[in-house]
Design a protein around this ligand. Sequence first.
Ligand SMILES: *Cc1c(COP(=O)(O)O)cnc(C)c1O
Length: 335
Amino acid sequence: MPTKALTLADVLCAAAVIRGQADGTPLVPSQVPGLGQELLLKLETTQPMGAFKLRGALNAMAALPPDAPGVVCCSTGNHGRAVAYAAGRRGMRAVICMSALVPEAKVAGIRALGAEVRIVGRSQDDAAKESLRLVAEDGLVEIPPFDDPHVIAGQGTIGLELLAARPDLSTILVPLSGGGLAAGVALAAKAIKPGLRVVGISMERGAAMQASLAAGHPVEVTEYPSLADSLGGGIGLKNRLTFAMCRDLLDEVVLVSEAGIRAAMQALFHHDRMVAEGASVVGLAAVMTGAVRLGGPTATILTGRNTDMTTFADVVAGGDLQIGDIFLKGRPYGA
Ligand SMILES: *Cc1c(COP(=O)(O)O)cnc(C)c1O
């Protein structure tokens, strides 16, 4: 399906589907000092499953035939949790395939929702292969984590809400992995306000969309452990939608370091009193490090709160951190 097939109308339909279940999250100004201007935070951390992924999952589930035998997906955690929750509400079988890099807290959360969990391989691509096998052999319907029109339209409802709340927005900073969120938000927001700037933000190492955009086509990248674990994974060499949409709709893609992510998690906790996972704060990190310049009312999306609590406690306490092969020396906040 070409990019043109998805329009603002699809996002408006998705908004009707998810109303009362996954919409209407708060938009609040950050209290972090020294940002230079107001930065608004869209609190997807307040979603029932702790992340925005419920929007896309509910919209995709609503489009399934009534006799579908069950659903399957691969996930870095939050998509799987959203699919498990949405399937549970419909009394439908759900199988979630994940790589061994997904933190245990997320795996446990998914099991608790009654879904079957398969841990396969060391990368999101290995999990994706298992998911495709279950489609072929068990007849389950796949709900892709990002490269799917219903998922993109569901995530795009955040763009609608941002502009409904603040028509004066000039920039939206979007955490970027597979690009379902960025594609949907950029599609909706730019359809409503064409001059708006949408910037995708990823972590420095293993940023698959950024590497693909630079190459001009989808490429594979090595995955590394990151505080922003939800931003890991490839975009799929056979990417159908999000690569072209991100290429055509994003004004820029910016990368932030693990140290920058840690500082943003600390600042958000100390000044906004909020718990968020690393993937959530990359927009704040980009502003704090000066990687993006703010030139007018700006919002970023706090995409999720499903952080590993041991790591989070270490981050906010300012202790030493070992993230794969990266060692970050302890740094109490403000020091
Ligand atoms: C999935 C996810 C993202 C990235 O979304 P994509 O659509 O894959 O780009 C960002 N933050 C969190 C918390 C997520 O779960």
